[in-house]
Design a protein around this ligand. Structure first.
Ligand code: C2O
Ligand code: CU
Ligand code: CU
Length: 565
């Protein structure tokens, strides 16, 4: 195993306070065998008490970067010395469920875990972090995470900056809350400390040439609306799971927790200048964590981070002399990539993101009104199925939805094709309040009817509170098999309703619903139509009283009552 200690940065990263700190560039591990030891450590982030952290190998906070090559057979030994049970998940890697590091692959304290797999991913930026049931936030926010860079032949054939720490920079951004004793508050939403690669108040020297930045939002809840001083433009070249077909010129890139993007920026001729990577959070819509704070009911916990809804600096970039042999041209095309055609889909599923009421801002949030249950398999997916999933957010807050196992392509947001920067392979997609997002995915390669894969909200406190589901992929599964129809597969809200009524339908064992009718107490039809996954009816002029909703499936009819007040 080759271990490169990246450029001159390790020095005072975690020492002096207030002053600017040189950005920590995590060292890299490459080859085919890897060792990661997760251990308890501490860092002096702020004056006063030291902050207890979880370090990996020599690092006190945040782990080394794993450099993987597509096609390699790799073996990763994870040693757990953190004093608690954990797991290690390779976020975005397409591996068998037993190697995925989900909640079932627990590593007791003092024990090791040794997944071995062939790297099947496209060149892109991925990451690793624990996935312990109800403890992901507590462990990941303390520093137990790291970057994964996958390389492949197609990417290597392009003229792109790829000298790690020299013209190709890892930029992992986290917002954290420290309590008055300087300890991490994993579920804290007053997150006012911004760390980049674990460095508080960081600066980095970048050469005056085309540079590449690998952005990862590793925060527990905050979404960043990244941009640079004076709206300097850049090229987005990659998404969560690969390079785009062509670079996209942009001045902003919004990343919610778990999302990555690779960008190129031309710093030629700017020697001596200072540019800031910023979050233009004032532009984020309300309801997206980090955007303007919503008016809150009096009993709610504090969510008023001073960074919400304002523009703030994240990383100071000092432009220094160019390196030898810089990349001097921006690519005009990258890696051709075509989404699966919608006509190839054979199954459709709907996930409604819900809460106990519209007033809920901090959880618990549900998928289809269900909390995560390790004993319940939500979906059984036939191997090689091409599926369209519809995600609808019925809550007041935005949720970054993450799918394990495979990457997906976003088909549309509220019926509109996504922007060019979202047309690539994705494994996290942010869904805003009342937004409907559809994606298409193909469940290839790994069939396993014993260990499930996860899908969940990547706001870590939502995930830990149960906003997670699980699916198995199997050769013996056929058709669309979802959880049996129960009271939860038809949602009516609010109930009682006044001015409007939402009807959310899910597929059942009997297939997808074909039509709905609504009868009043006298048995008269007051509404009938085709069954959309989500329907909002204006009921302002409906008489008060009891109504019955009837939903027709291929082999059954289901009734549900509601009241108009
Ligand atoms: Cu980033 Cu299920 O994980
Ligand atoms: Cu993941
Ligand atoms: Cu969420």
């Amino acid at each position: 195993m080759k271990k490169i200690l990246a450029i001159a940065v390790l020095i005072s990263v975690f020492s002096a306070v207030r002053a600017q700190h040189a950005l920590f560039i995590p060292d890299t591990l490459s080859g085919t065998t890897f060792d990661l030891t997760v251990h308890k450590d501490s860092v002096q982030f702020k004056p006063g008490m030291i902050t207890h952290t979880l370090g990996i190998n020599a690092n006190k906070y945040f782990g080394p970067t794993l450099l993987l090559r597509n096609g390699d057979s790799v073996s990763i030994m994870v040693h757990n010395q953190m004093g608690d049970t954990t797991t290690m998940h390779w976020h975005g890697l397409h591996v068998a469920p037993g190697n995925d590091g989900g909640p079932f692959s627990m590593i007791m304290n003092g024990m090791d875990w040794n997944p071995q797999f062939v790297v099947r991913n496209n060149a892109a930026t991925y990451w690793y972090h624990p996935h312990m049931m109800a403890k992901t936030a507590a462990q990941a926010i303390k520093g137990d995470a790291g970057l994964i860079i996958v390389k492949d032949a197609a990417e290597a054939a392009l003229v792109l900056p790829r000298r790690y720490g020299i013209d190709d920079f890892p930029i992992v951004v986290q917002s954290v809350e420290l309590d008055t004793n300087n300890q991490f508050m994993p579920k804290g939403m007053v997150d006012s400390v911004i760390l980049v690669n674990g460095t508080d108040s960081p600066y980095v020297n970048m050469p005056a040439q085309i540079v590449r930045m690998r952005l990862l939002n590793a925060s527990g809840e905050r979404t960043f609306n990244f941009g640079f001083t004076a709206n300097r433009s850049f090229k987005i070249i990659g998404t969560d799971g690969g390079l785009l077909t062509a670079p996209v010129t942009a001045t902003r890139i919004r990343l919610s927790p778990g999302e990555r993007a690779e960008i190129l920026m031309d710093l030629s001729g700017l020697v001596g200048q200072t540019i800031f990577l910023e979050s233009y959070a004032a532009e984020l819509p309300m309801g997206v964590q980090g955007g303007p704070t919503m008016p809150m009911p009096p009993s709610s916990p504090p969510m008023n981070s001073p960074l919400n809804g304002i523009d703030f600096n994240i990383l100071q970039i000092n432009v220094v002399s160019p390196t030898a042999a810089p990349v001097t041209t921006m690519p005009t095309s990258l890696i051709p990539d075509t989404p699966y055609p919608e006509s190839s889909a054979t199954a459709w599923r709907t996930i409604n993101m819900t809460a106990d009421s519209m007033m809920v801002m901090d959880g618990p949030f549900y998928f289809n009104h269900n909390l995560f249950d390790m004993m319940r398999i939500d979906y059984r997916i036939p191997l090689n199925n091409v599926e369209v999933w519809t995600l609808y957010d019925s809550t007041m807050v935005a949720h970054p939805f993450h799918l394990h196992d495979v990457h997906f392509y976003i088909l549309d947001r509220n019926g509109v094709a996504p922007g060019p920067e979202e047309r690539g392979r994705k494994d996290v997609v942010l869904i805003q309040s009342m937004e409907r997002v559809r994606f298409i995915a193909k469940f290839t390669d790994f069939a396993d009817t014993t260990i499930p894969y996860m899908y969940h909200c990547h706001i870590l406190m939502h995930e830990d509170d149960g906003m997670m589901g699980q699916f198995k992929v199997g050769t013996e599964y056929t058709g669309v098999t979802t959880i049996p129809l129960n009271n939860n597969s038809i949602k009516l809200y609010p109930n009682p309703a006044t001015d409007n009524l939402n009807i959310a339908l899910e597929n059942s064992l009997n297939g997808s619903p074909s039509g709905i009718s609504i009868y009043d107490a006298m048995g008269r039809v007051v509404y009938s139509g085709s069954a959309n996954n989500h329907l909002e009816l204006n009921t302002t002029n409906w008489a008060r009283g009891l109504y019955v909703l009837t939903v027709h499936y291929q082999t059954e009819i289901v009734h549900k009552t509601f009241v108009i007040e």
